[in-house]
Write a protein that binds this ligand. Structure first.
Ligand code: CAA
Length: 335
């Protein structure tokens, strides 16, 4: 199956379907602010018209792929996204972080776009697995420091921006982080909220928030500690130590380390392997593994038993076992 762009930045200067490593500066907010006239006039006019719609309607139009949300027509079913690029290929939904000038720093706007894209993938039957990636130089260098530098306690408390990360945790389809280069702060937390991490040998994982007078706020102290243990997590969080890809692998943070040329391709191979499996069982399997981090052993075993029995209500279980008996490949429909 070929690539289908479900949204694209309103520029024809890039082609993510052929090259997932975004090297051109098309998604940086600051550049966009400096050069608003850089967009073609028609795009600007349509964007303005759309921006006058109520936010709820804009969201509905975007999710429905309405052509008015796409400056290049209905075929591309695009969105107004500036900070991420998405496509669907072989049942894999890919979201590429795209703020190269600031090493994919996770601005509030980028997080809104990412969460909307992930929720859209989660609701799309065509998508069975999700991949989040960045560039070869940076998966993401953390939350956007510029967004927070002048914030007061009240600003942070009232906006409660980090609470929306729960929406990523609640995505039911498996998410693979394809990581290269800097994977720091909120970037490392984003990778850790994913279910698997395929790392390029150039990847650097870290939680350097301590150098800014803060600590990780999107799960770093909890997920890193569960992944690599208290004694190594303390060094990363209190001393700001980076872990190389191989150190991260040895510590249990990373699924697989591959060459920097292959990190995206290998993540896609893994995603396609999972996408061939029965989708409901895959989602329930993800859920059960995640429960292991939250429940006692007895509660986890009880939970696993219940969801195991529930899979006997699916057609895919019947098909999987019949195909085994008939010595043929199973055809899973997600029913
Ligand atoms: N936010 C905003 N801008 C960032 C950024 C971030 N997290 N990380 C990098 N940038 C910007 C830099 O300001 C720089 O912009 P200019 O060219 O306009 O100066 C550009 O990206 C390139 O960065 P550098 O010139 O610094 O590149 P480098 O190769 O010399 O260093 C780096 C790379 C070591 C990653 C360094 O940029 C760095 O230390 N970044 C900050 C990492 C960090 O502290 N992350 C934690 C953020 S807080 C957080 O994430 C909280 C949370 O838990 C939610």
């Amino acid at each position: 199956m070929g690539a289908k762009n479900v949204n694209s930045y309103p520029s024809n200067r890039i082609n993510v379907s052929n090259n997932p490593i975004i090297t051109k500066d098309v998604g940086d907010n600051r550049a966009a602010r400096r050069k608003p006239a850089g967009m073609p006039p028609k795009v600007r006019a349509r964007s303005n018209a759309v921006s006058r719609l109520p936010p709820g309607l804009r969201q509905v139009l975007w999710l429905s792929g309405h052509s008015c949300m796409n400056p290049f027509g209905a075929h591309n079913a695009g969105t107004m996204n500036k900070n991420i690029l998405t496509k669907i290929e072989d049942h894999v939904g890919v979201a590429t972080l795209n703020r190269p000038k600031v090493l994919n720093a996770l601005s509030s706007e980028l997080m809104d776009e990412l969460i909307a894209a992930l929720e859209s993938f989660d609701n799309d039957r065509e998508v069975r697995v999700i991949v989040i990636t960045g560039s070869e130089k940076a998966f993401a260098a953390g939350a956007d420091i510029g967004d927070m530098a002048e914030a007061s306690f009240l600003d942070m408390y009232e906006k409660n921006n980090l609470a929306r990360w729960l929406k990523i945790k609640n995505v039911r389809k498996p998410i693979i982080a394809a990581v290269s280069g800097f994977c720091l702060g909120g970037g490392c937390e984003l990778a850790m909220i994913c279910d698997m991490i395929v790392a390029s040998e150039s990847a650097k994982f870290g939680q350097p928030e301590i150098n800014l007078g803060i600590i990780p706020g999107a799960g770093g102290t909890q997920r890193l500690t569960r992944a690599i243990g208290k004694y190594r997590a303390m060094e990363v969080i209190l001393a700001g130590k980076y872990l190389s890809a191989h150190e991260a692998f040895d510590a249990g943070l990373v699924t697989r380390v591959v060459s920097k040329e292959r990190f995206y391709a290998e993540a896609m191979i893994l995603a396609r392997e999972i996408a061939k499996r029965p989708p409901i069982a895959v989602q329930i399997g993800k859920d059960a593994v995640c429960k292991a981090l939250e429940l006692s052993l007895n509660d986890g075993l009880e939970y696993e038993r219940r969801v195991f029995y529930s899979l006997f209500a699916t057609q895919d279980q019947k098909e999987g076992m019949k195909a085994f008996a008939e010595k043929r490949p199973a055809k899973f429909e997600g029913r």
